[in-house]
Structure formats: C-alpha cells, structure tokens
Design a protein around this ligand. Sequence first.
Ligand code: UDP
Length: 327
Amino acid sequence: MKEYILVTGGAGYIGSHTVKYLASQGKPTIVFDNLTYGHREFINWSDDFIPADLADRTTLERVFTDYNIQAVMHFAAYTYVGESVTDPARYYRNNVIGALNLLDAMRSAGVKMLVFSSTCATYGMPQEIPISESHPQEPINPYGMTKLIIERMLADYERAYGLSWCALRYFNAAGADPEGEIGEWHDPETHLIPLVLDAAIGKRPAISVFGTDYSTPDRTCIRDYIHVTDLAQAHYLALEYLQSGGTSGAFNLGNGHGHSVKEIIECVHSVTGRDIPVTYEARRAGDPHVLVGSADKAREVLGWKPHYADIDTIVKTAWNWHRKLWK
Ligand code: UDP
C-alpha cells in the first residue's frame, strides 16, 4: 500500500518548501492546512489536500484512516511573536492543543514518527554564542513557550507511547525556492528580509531599523539566516534518520554565522540595485543582540549540509520570488 507523509501546515512558508523537497525525493505527501496563513497556491506537490484545522479531531482522525500515513511533519502553528504576547490564549489554543490533537490522532492510528517544526525562540535570551542544543530553554514570549511545551510533550509521548521524534530548532528562516515557484508570503509581514525587499520595490516607504545601540560591531542586531530549502532538506534527513532507528532529539538548524540588520540592508541594495530608504528606531522589545546557532549536531548526526548558505544567495532567491509576488 502506498505510504504517505502527513504534512500539517503544508501550505505555509516552510511547510510548502518541504513538501516540494519531499516530492523531489519521491516521497508522497498529504497536506493538512486550515489556510488561515497558508496559501492554496502553494499546494502543488502533494497527493491530497485536507482543508481543515487541527481542532477538528474528526477530520484529523479520518486522514489516518483514509491514508496509510507512515510519518508526520508538523508545521501548523501561529508564529507572530508580538501577537503571542498580546493574545497568548490564541497561541496556546492553536499551537499546543493543535499539537496534542495531532499526537493523539497519531497514537490512535499507531503512527510513531514525527518531525516537529521548533525554533530557537525556545532558548530565550542567549547565555552563550553560538547556541547549542544543550543551551537552557527559557522562552521569553508565549510563542516560544508553546513550542517548548510541545517539545516536552514529544519527550513524554516517547517515554509513554514509544513516539520517535525530531524537533528542528530553526534560526531565522529566509530565502525562497531557487526555482521561484514559492516563497515567503506573510500577511502581515514582520520579517526583516521581505520588509527590506518591500522598501526596495517601493511597497513600503522605508525599512525601520530597530535599535542602533546594540553591543555588535555596527550596533544593530545579528541573526543567523538559514535558507528555507536547506530547512526542507533537514526535515527529509530527519525522517530518514528516524526511519533508520535514530534516537529522538532536538537539532539546531542555522548556518553558524550571523549578519547584522545593516548588513542585510546592504546586501539587498547590492542584489537589487535599488536604493533602500532607512529610518532608525528604538529597540524592539525582547530582541537579543545576537542569535547564532551551532548546527554541528545536525551536520554530524543527520548528515545535513546547507546548499544555500551565503547571504547573497539567500537574498537573491528571496528577491526573485518577491518581485514575482508583488509585480
Ligand atoms: N528588524 C528590524 N526592522 C524590521 C524587522 C526586523 O530592524 O522591520 C530586526 C529585528 O529587530 C531583528 C532582525 O531584524 O534584529 C530580524 O528580525 P525578524 O523579525 O526577521 O526575525 P526574529 O529574529 O525576530 O525572529
């Protein structure tokens, strides 16, 4: 019988790139997405699409009876950090209860492998750079806390019910499908690179730089930008790893080096050839000055090797997609 990977949130930014990558490796998928933030246009490489919410347990359970699901990749979540502070109930309900419903549907169906979309936001304020997987996890916002709670749920489900899992803790997901078919498309957009691209095409009057008094060489924040297709590859490798009997656990996914906000603006300027109007603003609450991860574990254990590591390539792919989206 044909075996499928169920991809929740498969119409979203990272989920859709992963579905495309899995298809390129001959892995059939079923996408489960409520399209609150996902895009119908991004569902092009899966065998079926279930337009439903993880709160809908009946539909969720039916997917496992209708299809021979071999493993699950769980991306579906709300991801706006600021909104998670002002409306935590929405985040705990959607992210935590949604994951619980998913885990229970897997348990009823006897599906025992899960690759989970986690985040460096589970670490909170960095105590050392680069951040490794053993860094304390003390999230500073409800979004990060929902992801940490789910990681803890996975460990408990492993002990009690034999779940095998990988939690992939991404640093700053960026860039777009190198073939330009899908990319970053958030509404509202809050991430730096698409916002700078908006300023480049005149869709926004300027990019606001949040904070110019950080203890970094150019006084702006430093982040570890990682290409979305490299994240997709890591999901595939994590699944292969679990299938071959690998030990459950967490893996950081980043390039291990950072770029400042000013460097990103300069990079967008050189890639696009456009002038980027800039305004300088106060710090954004809760922004650490540097976030850079060590992904040595993913490289060594999963055999992961980013192919689009340099920031010019990341920004070029993002630009290629952005131009197409907003032309
Ligand atoms: N940033 C900025 N202006 C913006 C959006 C973001 O200066 O309009 C900065 C932000 O303070 C952080 C970096 O860019 O230092 C990356 O922010 P983003 O929201 O993309 O990702 P985060 O690191 O918050 O997950």
